[in-house]
Design a protein around this ligand. Sequence first.
Ligand code: FE
Ligand code: FE
Length: 197
Amino acid sequence: MKPVKQIAHLRKKLEKLLDEKRLEHTIGVAYTAASLAFVHGADPHQALLAGMLHDCAKYLDDAQMLTLCKKHDIPVSEVEEQAPSLLHAKLGAYFAKKEYEVTDEAVLDAIRCHTTGRPAMTLLEKLLFIADYIEPNRKVLPRIDEIRREAFSDPDLCVLHITEDTLQYLKEKDKTLDPMTKETQAYYRALVEQREG
Ligand code: FE
Ligand code: FE
């Protein structure tokens, strides 16, 4: 399938599955990721695909996510057991492969880690992680203007600031924190500090 056809086809399928807000977020992430790919020298089509599918499992409720993970032998951690919505990333990668016929492992990996990030992300993973946070439909968050500029000028610093603000937000709201978010923050803090000497 030609790239344009593939994206149009995905969009039609997702229109039936996602509510209006999530669909607009999805399209925002896809085109933001593609724009970041232009600037940072990643493949824009991979970025579009990853963006289109990153939340494709998010329409499921907690119980459905847990059931599907068990059914398909997707490992569920203790934190994910407590906050099953975290599983939409792993399940999204699973659906991308099984239902949307994405075979590109780089795209699947980006979908898999888009919620928490991870230490030493690939460029594509980083751009999806960032795009998910900065896309234009997102509600206004503290220092979002700065973070949006950094997305284009300094992605590593941008990831650091996103993880810092996410940790702060989760703490304030007393929400379940996936330890991977902390690992991502620690890695990018060390990276930025080392770079700055
Ligand atoms: Fe997500
Ligand atoms: Fe998202």
